[in-house]
Design a protein around this ligand. Structure first.
Ligand SMILES: [Zn+2]
Ligand SMILES: [Zn+2]
Length: 257
């Protein structure tokens, strides 16, 4: 399995997974024009992508989705609530022939890949982290969650690679220009993971699991920075485990596992 982050922040989240000719996206929070441009850089045609899987309906994860679905007829994998929120935002119904319903805890397949949607708390009607498996390789992707769940930790424990958000520093959040309301929202169980919370997950993955590579994702520009996020999580990384911070607006390198 290969994967690449096209963007990972409140400016847009989009990840491409690939195995042979099978490709799919998790989230598409960039314009399709931008997605096409980035894919061209790695020699991938948009038409070769089998579908887009959504974590939740927030715009930084769905900006390009209407164009992908309405114009490019790309299959859409999401829950009913996320579909309804998307349709409400665009004022247009998604062709049901293109919709593949995602249900919490129910594993589904995309051409040999198996994906487990794990519900997490966030300030949307629903939000999911995904455990992505192919053969004996496992990757867990979790962005946009206020706290970890037992199910997520079980997935973390058996993951070789992790894409996990390290959204904010508690200190920098208090110093940020956000309103008290927004700070409270981010800091809540329905908000995002702080560097401290992410550090606990990194610690668990390294001590109890088999992780080899950890990518810190969705790092806030207002209340965090890659150095602070990495500086904290690195304290828990054991020898032989790689860790990096995904670029906020640029494409990462392509990783293979
Ligand atoms: Zn987000
Ligand atoms: Zn969100």
């Amino acid at each position: 399995m290969k994967y690449i982050s096209l963007s990972s922040s409140s400016n847009g989240n989009c990840y491409l997974f690939e195995d042979g000719d099978t490709r799919f996206l998790i989230d598409a929070g960039l314009t399709v024009k931008r997605i096409k441009l980035l894919l061209a850089e790695i020699g991938v045609e948009l038409s070769s992508i089998k579908g887009v899987v959504l974590t939740h309906s927030h715009r930084d994860h769905t900006k390009g989705v209407p164009t992908l679905v309405y114009r490019h007829n790309m299959p859409l994998y999401c829950t009913l609530s996320t579909l309804q929120d998307l349709e409400k935002n665009t004022g247009k119904d998604v062709d049901r022939a293109l919709w593949r319903e995602v249900k919490s805890h129910e594993e589904f397949e995309i051409d040999g890949f198996s994906l487990l949607p794990m519900p997490v708390s966030h300030d949307t009607r629903d939000c999911h982290a995904y455990r992505v498996k192919i053969g004996d390789k496992v990757l867990t992707l979790a962005t946009d969650l206020g706290k970890a769940t037992d199910e997520l930790m079980e997935a973390v424990k058996i993951s070789d690679h992790l894409i996990i958000e390290s959204n904010y520093s508690e200190t920098l959040l208090q110093l940020s220009s956000y309103t008290a309301f927004l700070r409270g929202r981010i800091d809540s169980d329905c908000g995002h993971l702080s560097n401290v919370q992410t550090g606990e997950i990194v610690d668990y993955a390294c001590k109890e699991g088999r992780v080899k590579h950890i990518h810190l994702a969705h790092i806030s520009a207002n209340s965090n920075n890659p150095e602070t996020a990495l500086g904290h999580s690195k304290k828990f990384v054991t020898s032989g485990v790689k860790i990096d911070a995904l670029p906020r607006k640029e494409m990462s390198e392509m990783w293979e596992m």
